[in-house]
Design a binder for this molecule. Structure first.
Ligand code: VAH
Length: 316
């Protein structure tokens, strides 16, 4: 049985449905610290779990005989800069609680990391799997610490922990919450609604990105990977594409020729984006567990616009 924490967030909203399609609805328990009006809550097993409250994790694990925890509960980079204490509490104390429950109940744990583990002193192009990681955001600090904590629980207590460093994730089901890469999601909604988008990052800000279907496959494939082949655990570089605002605007114009891009740079978010790599080297993930993304920028743009135009009932 699989417990997904933070299941009503950007990744969780799709991962729960994806995993229920593979493993059966009753074998994937969605959980979140509040119910919200997400259809997932009534589509299968759901538990109220606040990862900062260890007993709530224990209760869900024991009630459902959970053997795998996908820990998605987190505060993202931009929100984390405006509330660093909350980011530390949920991202670190929450992770610690999950790992302790996993140790006592023999659960496997997947906690996604992020390109946010890298900082200004990290090589920016083709960033290696093993390299300098001195992040300058609280989110990044919790993600690099989280990677080290997960590896510690693997080495010291033999808890089967695995993770991947996700780039910006683009999806059309649930909106992301307070990420630096969120512009690449909002731009598609705005392109359909207003045929223009006012971007908070400047031209030439290259970052790694990935379409959500590839991210969902990454989690399942890593969790199903043969452990004897994994020489890394937390966490694998994974990417599918790298683009800047002009790149995604050009991709959209292929389908919406009248689309206009404007710029109103947010210096705080620009600072975060500038501290991250331009492109990752994800050859270790490809070698050790067969990582192989399907969507490039054009394929993602075509699918995003098709899905969103149906969802918002807007033709283009
Ligand atoms: C964020 N979307 O922007 C997340 C992610 C790499 C970016 O960690 O904070």
């Amino acid at each position: 049985k699989i417990l997904v924490t933070g299941a009503l967030g950007q990744i969780g909203s799709e991962l729960v449905m994806h995993m229920r399609g593979i493993y059966g609805a009753d074998n994937v328990i969605a959980s979140s610290r509040r119910k919200g009006d997400n259809p997932i809550v009534d589509a299968g097993p759901f538990e109220l779990v606040d990862v900062t409250k260890s007993q709530e994790i224990v209760d869900a694990v024991k009630k459902h005989k959970v053997d795998t925890i996908i820990n998605l509960a987190a505060i993202l980079s931009a929100t984390g800069e405006s509330n660093p204490a909350a980011a530390w509490d949920i991202n670190m104390n929450g992770l610690y609680n999950v790992l302790e429950v996993a140790r006592e109940n023999q659960c496997t744990v997947c906690t996604p990391s992020s390109i946010a583990v890298f900082g200004p002193s990290t090589p920016k192009d083709n960033t290696p799997q093993d390299t300098l990681m001195r992040p300058t955001t609280m989110y990044g600090v919790t993600k690099v610490s989280g990677e080290l904590l997960c590896d510690y629980y693997f080495q010291k207590f033999n808890v089967d922990t695995r993770g991947m460093r996700f780039p910006g994730l683009i999806s059309n089901v649930a909106l992301p919450g307070g990420g630096t890469t969120d512009y690449a999601v909002h731009i598609y909604y705005e392109a359909l609604k207003n045929k223009k988008y006012n971007c908070f990052l400047q031209k030439g800000t290259f970052m790694d990105m990935m379409y959500m279907p590839d991210a969902l496959n990454a989690i399942v494939e890593l969790m199903e990977a043969d452990p004897s082949k994994l020489t890394h655990r937390n966490a694998f570089n994974v990417t599918a594409m790298s683009f800047d605002p002009e790149g995604i605007a050009t991709a959209i114009k292929k389908y919406i020729p009248e689309f206009q891009m404007e710029y109103d740079v947010n210096p705080d978010i620009q600072k975060i984006a500038d501290s991250w790599p331009n492109s990752l080297d994800d050859s270790e993930a490809r070698k050790q567990w067969g990582w192989n993304p399907k969507y490039d920028l054009d394929g993602m743009t075509k699918d995003m616009l098709e899905k969103l135009s149906k969802k918002m009932n807007i033709q283009y």
